[in-house]
Each structure stands twice: as structure tokens, then as C-alpha cells.
Design a protein around this ligand. Sequence first.
Ligand code: IMP
Length: 201
Amino acid sequence: MTPVDEPAQLLFPHAQLRARIRELGAELTAELGDTPEPPLLVGVLKGSSFFFADLIRTLAMPIAVDFMSISSYSAAGTQSGVVRIVKDLEGDITGRDVVIVEDIVDTGLTLNYLRRTLGARHPRSLRAVTLLDKAVRRIVPVPLEMSGFDTPDVFVVGYGLDFQGLYRNVPDILAVKDLARLANDPKLLVSSLFGSSGTPG
Ligand code: IMP
């Protein structure tokens, strides 16, 4: 357990994530187990990659996988809602049962963009599953069929989620207690999480 005076606190330990992901996998298997063609699971890079890898291994059915990467522009630290595709799907999704797999839905701008973009390609069905749902921060109301955990209005890192590219490989999900301090020193959590091995030299 992370001590209370640490700049980040344990929010969802790895074992709790894995247990909930097994439940989500069972729900998805029940919903999509008898589709005419194997459903297509779409991972949204990079944050959902850990969740994606664990989720798909709990599915007791044949599936296909593909990935998208998108970037959102922000002006002066605010989210403009302008999203652009950096890497698109490789295949046609017409007539397919598609599941968007997200790490976290925050303002909803990203998922809203993905749903509109993929929905326009005439899939047979379109669902979204997210590991974390920060509903309190929603700007755009967007349908979300499945979510792992309701998440409070805190910045989280670990299990795929990053701050300035760091901390994705932490197995647990941690809540950052002082985001301003982390912004000032992005490597703030390195020594407590990785010990001396996190310090080069
Ligand atoms: P949205 O478009 O505001 O819903 O944001 C979605 C994206 O913002 C996620 O896929 C994450 O990459 C990022 N994000 C939102 N909240 C957090 C957080 O607490 N930690 C890390 N990344 C976050």
C-alpha cells in the first residue's frame, strides 16, 4: 500500500483490475458469443493496450483485433474537442460487430469522435467498453455500454495510463494527489515506484 504522504495513492490494485476484467470479459462473451462473424475488438492506443491485452484473453470466443491511434489538439491547456486519426483501422468494418476498447472516458470527446467515425462505416453493431469512467468530468454525453470502475475526479496513472509518457508500466492504478507538483516534476513518482533502478547512472 502506498503511504499517505506519497504524491500518488493506490486507487485500483492490479488484482482488483484483473478480477473486474474477468467479469467484463464474461459479459462480452455472453453478448457477442453467437455473432455471425467474430467480433472486432478495437484497441485505442496507447493507453488501452494493457487493458486490451488482458480483456481479450478473458473472452471465450473467436475475435479479431485492430488498433486506432488518435490525437486531440488542446489550446492553452483546454480541450478543444478537435480530434484527428493518427493510425486508422486496417480493415473494413462494414457489417461487423465492433467493440471500442478504451482506457478511460473523461470528457467524452475522444469516445464521441470514435463512435461517430466508426458508426459512419456501417458496422453491424458498435459498443464501447472502458476500464475507467470519470463520468463527473463529462462534457459530451456519449453512450458507454460497459465500464470497469467509476473513477473520481483525480488524475490517474498506471496500467497503461501515463503522465507525459511515464508510468504506463506500473501494474496498479494510482491517483495523483498533487497534479501541479507532478507537472512541475514529471519524474516525481519514479523513485517511490521504481526505487534506485528508476534513477539512471
Ligand atoms: P477524453 O477525450 O477527455 O474522454 O479523454 C480520453 C483520453 O484522455 C484518455 O484516453 C486518456 O488518454 C486521457 N486521460 C483522461 N484522463 C486521464 C487520467 O486521469 N490519466 C491519464 N490519462 C487520462
